[in-house]
Design a protein around this ligand. Structure first.
Ligand code: GDP
Ligand code: ZN
Length: 439
């Protein structure tokens, strides 16, 4: 508990009225700000503050809520909280678990699961763009999109399941109700939503960028130049950076984590060898690899034919550093995956920042309509796979309607998990335990 201008104690539960009367010695009018003395033990007045009562179901959790806003010194709040717990014992009052207020809001249908997650994301947001996108998710924009997909799907399911009873008309049915084109429509909408979710994930989780290259090409210098400060040690001695150094940068609202690594070469020094091992691990887990080379004699340590498995699914940007050391007439021709910079003169740094964002193929942060999570992406990907199978079953000359129906049902299950209309307790536990207490 920190020190603040105002400290708030929130109590939620069914039927708080009796407790309120016992604690404050009076009834409260719902949604009115009451300025009154807060009691301590033995009839003493502990603090003067504002008490708010929200009557079920018109509250955050959907239950009765009492909010006590006091002056917020940690000692006063602690005594007031202890007193509430003491008085509330008879009414079953206890401390809330992490995320329990939001969990109750979800269980009482005040918000759906994707919105509950958006609350956690909003609290955790470390950039304006991420906060805006989380707020949009919280307002239900993402949930609406998923719900529309589910509605389209349900319409299809009703058609298919109704026809299951009349097997001899299967083919006719597929044509008559344009099942194939309906399937295509749902499919392309789902693809679109999935794409946005994937892009918005970077807003929350950030983009992982790694600087890789031979020793002495200027990786550490570039790291320092990108952040405009001395983070990594720069020397002429090859093999100086032996461990990975990591720092987060805010690029247009997107958190970008840049990691400087030990230069890749055939080392004999034990410590340097361990550093090089770590470099490869960093490269493996990155989204974007900056393949740094010395402009004077560019040598790539990454070879697509040799390191295909490492580079798979990653963005590789060739960065030719030290352009200040070559005369411009001898500069190699420009190509799209290559940026030419000088960590020393800072030439080309803006282009490099832009290239990092562009290469990740994302619309910039501000444009993200809502914030997706890994969980949503996985559910949508699974839903998409079932839709693909459903398409196969609808495409065959003798379409198999019961298999088609089954794939549509499985697809529906997956999408339902996103908004939590059908979610296992296990999953709920995982989602709400990541909240902090009192939310
Ligand atoms: P690393 O081993 O790849 O991390 O390389 P460093 O950043 O330690 O740099 C190695 C040497 O190259 C240092 O002496 C730097 O001052 C020098 N250096 C780095 N970038 C540039 C550049 O853009 N221009 C010039 N002229 N020298 C550079
Ligand atoms: Zn270095």
């Amino acid at each position: 508990m920190g020190k603040g201008g105002v400290g708030v104690i929130r109590i939620s539960g069914p039927n708080l009225r009796q407790f309120i009367k016992k604690l404050l010695g009076r009834d409260l009018i719902p949604r009115h700000a009451h300025y009154l003395p807060f009691p301590g033990a033995d009839q003493t007045v502990l603090d003067y503050g504002i008490a708010l009562y929200f009557q079920a179901p018109a509250s955050y959790t959907g239950e009765d809520i009492l909010e006590l806003q006091g002056h917020g010194g940690p000692a006063v709040l602690r005594i007031l909280l202890a007193h509430c717990l003491e008085v509330g014992k008879a009414y079953g009052l206890r401390l809330a678990n992490a995320g329990e207020f939001t969990l109750r809001a979800f269980l009482n249908d005040k918000i759906d699961l994707a919105q509950a997650e958006a609350i956690a994301d909003l609290i955790d947001a470390n950039s304006t763009a991420a906060a805006k996108a989380a707020a949009a998710s919280l307002s239900g924009r993402f949930s609406e999109e998923v719900t529309r997909l589910i509605e389209d799907l349900v319409e299809l399911r009703i058609l298919v399941e109704a026809t299951l009873d009349f097997p001899e008309e299967e083919i006719e049915f597929i044509e008559k109700y344009q099942v194939r084109s309906r399937l295509e429509t749902v499919y392309s909408k789902l693809c679109e939503t999935l794409e946005i979710a994937k892009q918005s994930r970077f807003l929350r989780e950030g983009l992982k960028v790694v600087l890789a290259g031979q020793p002495n090409v200027g990786k550490s210098s570039l790291m320092n130049a990108l952040f405009d400060q001395d983070i990594a040690i720069v020397t002429d001695i090859a093999g100086t950076t032996r461990d990975s150094i990591r720092e987060t940068l805010n690029l247009d609202g997107v958190p970008v984590t840049v990691t400087d690594t030990a230069g890749l070469r055939d080392a004999t020094d034990q410590i340097e060898m361990i550093g090089i091992e770590r470099s490869w691990a960093e490269i493996r887990s990155a989204d974007v690899i900056l393949n740094v080379m010395d402009s004077r004699h560019p040598v790539s340590v990454l070879d697509p034919t040799l390191h295909g498995d490492v580079l798979k699914g990653k963005i590789l940007l060739n960065v030719l550093n030290k352009v200040d050391l070559i005369d411009s007439s001898s500069e190699p021709f420009q190509s799209s995956g290559t940026v030419r910079v000088s960590a020393k003169t800072r030439k080309g740094l803006d282009s490099l920042r832009q290239a990092i964002l562009d290469a990740s193929g994302r619309t910039l942060g501000e444009a993200s309509p809502w914030l997706g999570r890994e969980r949503h992406i996985q559910a949508m990907q699974a839903a998409l796979e079932h839709l693909e199978l459903a398409r196969d079953h609808a495409r065959l000359n003798d379409a198999v309607l019961d298999l088609l129906a089954e794939e549509l049902r499985l697809c529906h299950d997956q999408l339902g998990e996103i908004t939590g209309r059908m979610t296992s307790d296990d999953l709920l536990g995982r989602i709400f335990s990541s909240f902090c207490i009192g939310k």
